[in-house]
Write a protein that binds this ligand. Sequence first.
Ligand SMILES: O=P(O)(O)O[C@@H]1C[C@H](O)[C@@H](CO)O1
Ligand SMILES: Nc1nc2[nH]cnc2c(=O)[nH]1
Length: 287
Amino acid sequence: MADIAKEYMYENIERIANGILAQTKHRPKLGIICGSGLGALADKVEDRTVINYADITGFPISTVPGHEGKLVIGKLGGKAVVLMQGRAHCYEGHPPQKIAIPVRTMKLMGVETLFVTNAAGGINRDYKVGDIMIMKDHINLAGFAGINPLVGNNDDKFGPRFPPMSNAYDRKLRDLAKSIAKEKGFEPFVREGVYCMMVGPNFETVTEARFLNIIGVDATGMSTVQEVLVARHAGMRVFGMSLITNMVISEYDVESVANHAEVLETGKARSKDLQTLVSTLVERMDL
Ligand SMILES: O=P(O)(O)O[C@@H]1C[C@H](O)[C@@H](CO)O1
Ligand SMILES: Nc1nc2[nH]cnc2c(=O)[nH]1
């Protein structure tokens, strides 16, 4: 088996984590990754330290609009958090092992729980644009093609060779999120379902959309799953939410097509409710 590249090694991640901790007084136990157009949550973080990904040697940089590329460390809902305002994706040319770096960095900073968010296309035909889907499970379709951040030599300091994945999304946090949604009157647009990662960057063909529906997918996107695999490998607790920014076209020969501008627009429109859901969850969860 090929050796792990130096940049992915424990010692390098430890160096990155210590470098970040040296720049802030906060010691977060919660990490939050904001997907396309969802980075406004960072505005709610108080007493913050902000570091550009470009200033963190070894961090993957995002090149996509809607991903600010900033690490924000401070207080949210009374708790210390480290928030990623945007993420890098495999379709930007990053190997999956590189996508693992920010999650492992958070782990070595002391983070125990990871929240992941993303913009996704609705596959479930009962879903509507603007729905928020609590992630119950995922299908790692990219993994079926061998694209998995855990491939390669396993360093037991990060986690075990064969991590279970049948309980990836924390049940208690999902229940808490659902009860908060009920209390806030969000029930009409909060769902719970299965996310599937496609590598992208193209959106789905009609037949791919139909296939995803048949195999039990509710929403599809181009991220998140690899972060979840790495977090669970490292023993972190995970909670995830998808914002349904568009419905994936599942009829042949229709005029409209998916586009990134629509994704960002919906992100803006539903941003406040998503922020309320996340910040209330942070306030009420045990850490
Ligand atoms: O980072 P996420 O998964 O939120 O971004 C989604 C997938 C693509 O990067 C982009 C497509 O509009 O949004
Ligand atoms: N793969 C995929 N990713 C998305 N991200 C936001 N919308 C979509 C979509 O329709 N398909």
